[in-house]
Design a binder for this molecule. Structure first.
Ligand code: INI
Length: 173
């Protein structure tokens, strides 16, 4: 068996991105936003291709991400926040609603809405995922956004696809 495999390339040129970021735990979420911007810039997004929308907490991410997606101005929306179980009694509500809401907004609009919310047991784990030491989930989620928009563009036939023609997905090995 030699199935066709489709994967998005990592090239952000020509795409527009919205970052919706929570201010809660700002010393960490600001690092995640920095990481996302770093990935977008390094992978070719132009300076005016990214806009940031700030909200009070992760619970507010979904509706704002939905509005950004509905605006038709962005190829992908990146939701960013930090929820730490040890620091919040209502962790499950905030983290759960953020995850569910972002997924729902994405399905509702057909716009990729990425989940860049760090959800951890401890502050130390959150620090470790926010680029303070090394790994940065903001960088990773922006890469995922770039990959997905490229994959979807290919699946939609790309810009060169003549209208009314059947979609043929090129074979990527
Ligand atoms: N929001 C977060 O993004 N992270 C948290 O850890 C958090 N805690 O700990 O409560 C948090 N709460 C605020 C919440 O997201 C809303 O902004 C608030 O409930 C108002 O709707």
């Amino acid at each position: 068996m030699q199935p066709k495999v489709h994967q998005g390339i990592l090239n952000a040129a020509g795409f527009r991105f919205a970052i919706v970021a929570s201010r809660w735990n700002d010393f960490l979420t600001s690092k995640l936003v920095e990481g996302a911007l770093d990935a977008l810039e390094r992978l070719g997004a132009s300076e005016d291709a990214v806009e940031i929308f700030k909200v009070p907490g992760s619970y507010e991410l979904p509706l704002t991400a939905l509005k950004a997606a509905q605006s038709g101005r962005f190829d992908a929306v990146i939701g960013i926040g930090t929820v730490i179980r040890g620091e919040t009694a209502h962790f499950d509500f905030v983290a759960g609603e953020a995850a569910k809401g972002l997924a729902h907004a994405s399905m509702q609009t057909g716009v990729p809405i990425l989940f860049g919310v760090v959800t951890t047991e401890t502050l130390e784990q959150a620090i470790n995922r926010s680029g303070v030491k090394s790994g940065n989930k903001g960088f990773e989620v922006a890469m995922a956004a770039i990959e997905v928009v490229n994959l979807h563009r290919e699946m939609d036939g790309g810009e060169k696809q003549p209208k009314g023609k059947e979609k043929v997905f090129p074979h990527v090995v």
